[in-house]
Design a protein around this ligand. Sequence first.
Ligand code: BTN
Length: 261
Amino acid sequence: MRNNALKPYLTTAWAGQCFLYEEETDSTNFMAKRLAKEGAAHGTLVCAARQSAGRGRRGRTWISEENGNIYMSLLLRPDMEPSHAPMMTLIMAYSVAKAVEQVCKVKTSIKWPNDILNGTKKICGILTEMGMDKGMISYVVIGVGINTGQMEIPEELKDKAFSLDIGKEQKEELMAVCMNLFEENYETFAGCGSLKFLKEEYETRLVNRGKTVCVLEPGNEYRGRALGITEKGELLVEKETGEIVEVYSGEVSVRGVYGYV
Ligand code: BTN
């Protein structure tokens, strides 16, 4: 991929305007964090063909062979409270879901907070990390892994993972459209400070909506029915006792009672 590969499809003022591509890196999130410390600009996007230390949420490994999958990370420098960072993850999930539909004509749903699925199978995962300075956000890095080339899904993942079947140019277009939609949604969010503007559409895609979910908080595990999201991006869960709680995405994992969804 060339460093100007996204240009033909980009309509942004800042997201992806500075684009850096490497054949191999440890993790594009690490790469973006290193660049952040060197002063890289808001909207810098990095991408690699393979990652030697790809990471998922909750300390998991994200297998990142060179197989046509997308491994990319966007660097942001928001002038916001640290508590706003998880909302940016939901904005990215929503933007990627819409971009996949537009570019690949594949229907998507979202497993809160940030997995993008086709039916019940995962297409994309997102890992957001934050750097702080004197109690404020210094940078946020949003890492996005999209299955776009892995036509041979390993047997053990066949029930859980799905890959989009797209070529090199469509892949570049998909990355650019993710940036176009993200920038538009981020600007709306920066203006109003809440996710009110996307709540309804996010909820129509929410795969766990109305379903019984198992909330796995460190030291606290309970079941309830997922109702939707709040304007801050928390998951609303009605416990078996009737109490409605707001689940904050930080350290939590939400599972279906019978499996992943
Ligand atoms: C998850 O679902 O657990 C999140 C997976 C995030 C993977 C992406 S790939 C690009 C970026 N670099 C990483 O090391 N992780 C994210």
